[in-house]
Design a protein around this ligand. Structure first.
Ligand code: NAD
Length: 363
């Protein structure tokens, strides 16, 4: 199979982990007779240096023409945000690209690896049954996209944020979440605040309606406050979660604490035409940049999501994920995971072992 991939590495550790990720993709291409054509494009501070804007049309054109977008991360050091290169860099880059492609469905897998269970901040007994869930977050509606207003009334400052959802937005993500649940344990938990919010009542109605198309999937509803509690006291109960924009933002960050490092966390975003952008959940980690110690797993697992979900290359994605587990099983870890720096390997050394494991696991 031939596929064109827009490679948008960005800033900070983005280019370092992307370079290692492309080694993994080349290994897949060689072993499964695929051809990946990489179209590199600038974004974030790296784009600003060339174009004086964070997300130039040239980058959008490359992404438009590609079969999928493999994204790194953007943004500069927190103490340099006043510089023009970094001002609003994340919003100008990521929000622009999300808006351009209308990326409405965001997926974050949350997995506690058995080999890394000691890194989970929860007590061992709380994760004994394993943690492996997908969180589906609606990305284009809700309170972030409504009117934001500040006014004065009776000499008091007031503010309001409008939260709007329409049926089509809920239907789109509900279908995607049910389809994912069908491929997994047939369990979907829809999270809302239907005891208070009109948008949540609509959300629940539409999700119930969509459920008729997926009779094998067991649908439950949970209020968002309870969901936050349940993610901490019993995360194993969840298989697939679907929720609106702001609830998803908060819950997915809460759940992201479970695996032990942001360096393990991939994500994917899709539009209604199934165009996908695949990126680590974390940022550009400026303090790690150039030290060759960043964990490449989030980037590589994002590429695995791309293979599975954009290119239907299931065996290839499974191979990468199994090889990552096998690498951890051998005690090979980057500094964010290792028990002390002396036992940590570099970004490239981790991938050296990973490629060996991929060869060992190839039938
Ligand atoms: P961050 O995600 O970059 O870092 C948070 C913590 O996670 C740090 O301790 C960092 O060292 C660690 N970390 C992240 N990725 C890692 C990896 N692959 N390996 C090992 N450790 C890793 O968040 P921040 O420090 O708040 O922000 C830094 C910059 O990143 C800011 O400019 C911010 O705007 C930007 N940012 C970008 C994105 C994105 O591109 N999607 C997301 C969040 C933050």
């Amino acid at each position: 199979m031939k596929k064109i991939i827009a490679v948008v590495a960005g800033d900070g550790i983005g280019p370092e982990v992307m370079q290692q990720c492309l080694r993994v993709l080349e290994h897949i291409a060689d072993n499964f007779q695929h051809q990946f054509e990489y179209q590199h494009a600038l974004i974030g501070g790296a784009a600003y240096e060339h174009y004086q804007i964070h997300c130039p049309d040239e980058t959008l054109a490359i992404c438009d023409a590609a079969d999928a977008i493999l994204f790194g991360s953007v943004g500069g050091p927190l103490n340099q945000q006043h510089l023009k290169k970094w001002q609003n860099c994340e919003a100008n880059s990521l929000l622009k690209i999300r808006k351009h492609f209308n990326l409405a469905v965001n997926i974050r897998p949350i997995q506690v690896y058995t080999e890394l269970a000691h890194l989970c901040p929860l007590k061992t007994e709380r994760i004994q049954q394993g943690v492996d869930m997908l969180i589906f977050r609606e990305l284009t509606g809700g309170i972030y996209f409504g009117n934001h207003q500040q006014s004065n009334k009776d000499n008091q400052r007031q503010a309001s944020d409008e939260c709007v959802y329409d049926e089509a937005q809920v239907r789109t993500i509900a279908h995607k979440a049910f389809q994912a649940a069908e491929q997994r344990q047939n369990k979907l938990c829809s999270v809302d605040k239907a005891n208070v919010l009109a948008t949540s009542k609509l959300w629940r109605d539409i999700v119930n309606d969509v459920a008729n198309d997926y009779p094998c999937v067991e649908l439950t509803h949970m209020l968002v406050d309870n969901c936050a509690l349940q993610l901490v006291i019993n995360p194993s109960q969840f298989d697939v979660i679907v929720t609106e924009n702001m609830f998803g933002d908060i819950l997915s960050d809460l759940a992201a604490a479970l695996p032990g490092s942001l360096g393990l966390m991939p994500s994917a975003s899709f539009n209604r035409q199934s165009k996908g952008l695949f990126e680590p959940s974390g940022g550009s980690a400026p303090e790690l940049t150039g030290k060759k110690i960043a964990n490449p797993c989030a980037q590589i697992l994002s590429a695995a999501m791309m293979l599975r979900q954009a290119f239907a290359m299931y065996k290839e994605a499974d191979l990468i994920e199994s090889a990552i587990k096998a690498t951890f099983g051998k005690g090979i870890m980057t500094a964010d995971l290792a028990d002390n720096d002396a036992h940590a390997v570099s970004t490239a050394e981790f991938v050296d072992v990973l490629l060996n494991e991929m060869t060992n696991l190839t039938p």
